[in-house]
Write a protein that binds this ligand. Structure first.
Ligand SMILES: C[S@@+](CC[C@H](N)C(=O)[O-])C[C@H]1O[C@@H](n2cnc3c(N)ncnc32)[C@H](O)[C@@H]1O
Length: 269
């Protein structure tokens, strides 16, 4: 078995696991934009990775700007676009903490950031800078759709998820492990293992990182501080007809945020 580290250096295997719901996610985003936002054509994906959502949205006629911190993921994103799609897509090497393009200011109809990527921002300062920066790019009626797992600080067991997918002749087994949350440091230790087996192939890609933790109150405080109002909350089933009731928000939450409430001082945590 060959051992490798960092799944984002191997976008094809990352997407074999996370790319299976792409069309449904874009259906959901387009419908949320129509119902709660402008329904307009200009979309932005912070931390777009290998571009599965960018490519799907562009194939439906949206003009999409994506950016990511990983050149390898962006190279994969560029390579997957046909010349026709390339005319509708702009990709940039940039960070969530400080992405800014003057020509996008006030012009984005829909920004979106799913699958807990927002939790890579490892401090309140970084998260707030990202939210304020994204808000600045939105049309007055635009939306930021932000999906991430909230943390139950009372849980006393590590969390574990396992998926299996096929990629051509290969089988990809994904195991993700989230350790107990540290309430004081506001983070959880994460580990992902991708085991890829196929003809002449046996690979293990093991990645370690920390995710920032948020319970619902912490998330709501941060959104308010960034001048963003929660218009609706969904879960990871992407059912636009089934928003969560305010008293029944699940840990897997998708927040539909709109520029709104006046910014208040940043939380101290
Ligand atoms: C879970 S993947 C999501 C990719 C894509 N959004 C998707 O749904 O397939 C997380 C991505 O975030 C990127 N990333 C992590 N930290 C980042 C940061 N501070 N700024 C920009 N991108 C970042 C990684 O390089 C990776 O491509």
């Amino acid at each position: 078995m060959q051992r490798l580290s960092d799944w984002y250096d191997h976008p094809e295997y990352y997407e074999a696991i996370f790319g299976t719901d792409t069309a449904r996610e874009v259906d959901f985003l387009a419908e949320v934009s129509r119902r709660y936002g402008t329904g307009g054509k200009r979309w932005l994906e912070p931390a777009c990775g290998a571009g599965r959502l960018v490519a799907e949205a562009a194939s439906r006629g949206f003009q999409v700007v994506g950016y990511d911190i990983s050149e390898k993921m962006l190279a994969h994103a560029r390579a997957r676009l046909s010349p026709a799609l390339r005319r509708r897509v702009r990709l940039h090497l940039s960070r969530m903490e400080d992405f800014f393009q003057p020509e996008l200011e006030g012009r984005v109809d829909l920004a979106f950031n799913l699958v807990s990527t927002f939790r890579y921002l490892d401090s309140e300062k970084a998260a707030l800078a990202h939210l304020k920066g994204t808000r600045r790019l939105l049309e007055p009626g635009g939306l930021y759709v932000l999906g991430f797992h909230l943390t139950d600080y009372e849980r006393d067991k590590a969390e574990h998820e396992r998926w299996v997918e096929r990629l051509g002749e290969d089988t990809v087994v994904c195991n993700t492990h989230e350790g107990l949350p540290d309430r004081k440091l506001r983070r959880s230790a994460m580990r992902n293992r991708l085991r890829i087996t196929g003809p002449g192939k046996d690979l293990l890609i093991e990645t370690h990182w920390h995710f920032r933790t948020y319970d619902l109150a912490q998330a709501r405080r941060l959104f308010r501080a960034a001048g963003l109002q929660v218009r609706a909350v969904f879960d990871f089933h992407y059912q636009v007809d089934a928003p969560r009731a305010p008293r029944d928000i699940r840990l897997d939450s998708i927040f539909v945020l709109a520029p709104g409430e006046a910014a208040e001082p940043a939380p101290r945590e």
